[in-house]
Design a protein around this ligand. Structure first.
Ligand code: TXA
Ligand code: MG
Length: 347
């Protein structure tokens, strides 16, 4: 249901094209001419540009209002293309073979002569790279023949887009074309696995968990504690993925004026002043990430439902607890950042 949330305002539809052979060719032409194309991936919609062109990449930073010290993920169509840009060791190759195409980004040392612009990599000696598991993304990568730098297709700090209309609302005319192909199946950004040093560290949790990776790598994989001292990427900034309405976590009841983002049953949840049950809140004030407690369904609904409840008339969004396991780790990571400094605008 969250995946079919309606638009809040009419988007500039002239820039939205349903993905087709013809629109993918048009998108590839735009990318080759250093333009910006938003395209679907299995995680969220990406804002793509030619990763080898500093000028094209600069347009991503300005369209998103993103600080340029934050490096971008480079998207390629297959492992072979990735091997041309970064250095794989045995662990990285095993991870790529097991999980690509898929929601896994690898941080690896740049190869000498790697053509990706320094701006895309924020001048670092490493690069973040992934092969997305979406037929439209793969067709686009093949059609343009370029590695594509692509962060999520939204203004920096705000909710990530899981449907074309979210991109149009957030970026408007700043994007040359939005390739539309429905909602994103995973719903949270890829797992970022840093393999540039000996320890295997997850810099950003996603659908592929530490346990999934350990079973393939045969070594221990830890989650970066993500301390504020080292904001490697925008996704690691304390306040990110944020609605404008304050977010209150671990809610066991709903305060008057609050909207409810539930997870699982709300049968025993009440309104704080004793005026009734949460289940009686008007439709506009409640969403359920997954009535059955399914974490995959919850991740796919997360951003669209936060977006739907992000209304000035709501005092806050009360969010029920989500278990800290499997995909729940990624969901809680995004929710904590959404709640951080609640009530202030994202920086
Ligand atoms: O699911 C996704 O990954 C989406 C879709 C569009 O593919 N893309 C996305 O890209 O989220 P972006 O550029 O917003 O992701 C930035 C992440 C940061 O969390 C950061 O951890 C990591 O990439 N990153 C990029 N380059 C890095 C580097 N050299 N060292 C460490 N982390 C890096
Ligand atoms: Mg993002």
């Amino acid at each position: 249901m969250g995946n079919s949330e309606g638009p809040q305002q009419v988007p500039p539809l002239s820039r939205v094209a349903e993905a087709s052979e013809a629109s993918i060719v048009r998108a590839a032409d735009i990318l080759c001419a250093q333009g910006l194309v938003a395209f679907p991936t299995e995680t969220v919609y990406g804002l793509g540009a030619n990763a080898c062109s500093g000028a094209a990449v600069a347009r991503i930073f300005s369209a998103k209002g993103r600080p340029s010290f934050n490096p971008l993920i480079i998207h390629v169509p297959d492992l072979e293309a990735a091997e041309g840009l970064v250095q794989f060791d045995l662990r990285a190759r095993a991870a790529a073979r097991a999980f690509w195409p898929g929601p896994l980004t690898l941080i690896l040392p740049r190869r000498e002569g790697c053509p990706v612009s320094d701006l895309a990599g924020a001048g670092l000696p490493t690069l973040a790279i992934r092969v997305p598991a979406h037929p439209v993304a793969l067709a686009l990568l093949k059609a343009c023949g370029l590695p594509l730098a692509a962060p999520s297709a939204n203004r920096s700090g705000t909710l990530s887009p899981t449907a074309p209309v979210h991109v149009a609302e957030s970026l408007g005319d700043a994007v040359d074309l939005i390739l539309a192909a429905g909602t994103c199946a995973v719903g949270v950004e890829s797992t970022v696995l840093d393999l540039s040093e000996d320890a295997a560290v997850i810099a950003r949790p996603g659908a592929i968990t530490a346990a999934d990776l350990e079973s393939v790598l045969g070594c221990s994989v830890t989650y970066d504690s993500g301390n504020a001292e080292r904001p490697v990427s925008p996704g690691q900034l304390l306040r990110h993925y944020a609605p404008f309405t304050p977010v209150r976590l671990n809610a066991v009841d709903v305060a008057p004026g609050e909207a409810l983002l539930a997870f699982g049953s709300t049968r025993f949840m009440g309104i704080r002043d004793g005026t009734g049950a949460a289940a009686d809140l008007p439709e506009t004030m409640r969403r359920n990430l997954s009535e059955t407690g399914d974490l995959h369904e919850a991740a796919a609904n997360l951003f669209a439902m936060l977006r739907a409840l992000d209304r000035p008339q709501h005092r806050a969004i009360a969010v029920m607890a989500v278990p800290e396991m499997g995909l729940g780790i990624a969901i809680n990571d995004r929710l904590r950042r959404a709640a951080h400094g609640a009530g202030t605008l994202p920086v």
